[in-house]
Write a protein that binds this ligand. Sequence first.
Ligand SMILES: Nc1ncnc2c1ncn2[C@@H]1O[C@H](COP(=O)(O)OP(=O)(O)OP(=O)(O)O)[C@@H](O)[C@H]1O
Ligand SMILES: [Mg+2]
Length: 335
Amino acid sequence: MIKEISLLSYRNFRAHKFVFDSGINLILGPNGSGKTNLLEAIGYLSQAKSFRRVPDRNLIAWGETFFRIEAIFEKDGLNHNIAIFYDSETETKKISINNKVVERATILFSTLPSLISSDRDQDIIDGPPRERRRIINRLISITSSEYMRLIQDYSKVLENKNFLLRNKKVDEIKPWNQKQQQLSIEIVRHRKKFMEKIKDHFLTLSQEFLKGKKAQVTYVPSADEETSFDSFIKEELERGHSFHGPHRDSIEFLIEGKPAKIYASEGEKRLIILAFYFTFLNIYNPNSMVILDEPFSVLDKRGVELVLSHLNTQSFISAPYFDLESSKISKVIEL
Ligand SMILES: Nc1ncnc2c1ncn2[C@@H]1O[C@H](COP(=O)(O)OP(=O)(O)OP(=O)(O)O)[C@@H](O)[C@H]1O
Ligand SMILES: [Mg+2]
């Protein structure tokens, strides 16, 4: 768990230190006070990038040329430190754990896994399938570094193959098809296993969250194991890119058996996503911290209490105001 974080020239924080509790930390403050910025900095400790998907240079406080994030965290009863430094003039990022430089940023993710939910999560239901694949990739990666590597390898293979398809280099495509298919089989296996594991729990929890209505998630791989990827080559050459494989798998959320994107209310969509996250936390118990940016904005009082009751690991939640009495909240940080 993160004990404290110090921010230097990070967004609107010129030099700030925050001390956290191991339970639920509620970050309160008016619009523009820095709630999302603080959550973004906490998330940065886990993924070495902003969950708002902006370039590092945007994170530097206006007028400065660098930012630094330092944190002390406790793991297995011992204190450790993380320091991340980014300099826009040299475009270099330096990450160190316990004063030793870390070469691969993915180490952060396995050191401090996080589950991050922001208002962009509405896209998980409303947006294109890519958003749902992204979230499934993220969740499975929390529990499996092998999966994380498979996804990284797959995107490299795809990039190479698409380059060859665009440039009509037919003779060179075959070996890439083989690599794509091998990785594809592994990725689909992981995804199927994940879906199978969470299925029943998600159904039950969604019923609790949605007052009896059922939510489900469906998964349909775009390519089956038996069909050779070579058989797609003619069509793929015509289109100039690959369109079979895990990067085209279909994942959909349903409410009462119908597409949630069409039928669920805004509050229900939020509850479906949160029930999905809590199912994951419950089944896999990855001991990851939970970061929720304004999870309550579309929820009623019952929804807020449900969310709080399901948080069992260190959590960081932002809200512009909070008027419920809740013993679940361990610390309030006012900005
Ligand atoms: N690089 C930066 N340097 C300095 N200030 C910045 C930088 N980036 C953003 N800000 C400012 O930080 C402030 C706080 O932003 P943030 O998104 O954290 O607010 P918030 O508390 O989450 O507000 P809301 O309730 O509206 O979501 C904003 O006023 C924004 O203009
Ligand atoms: Mg905000």
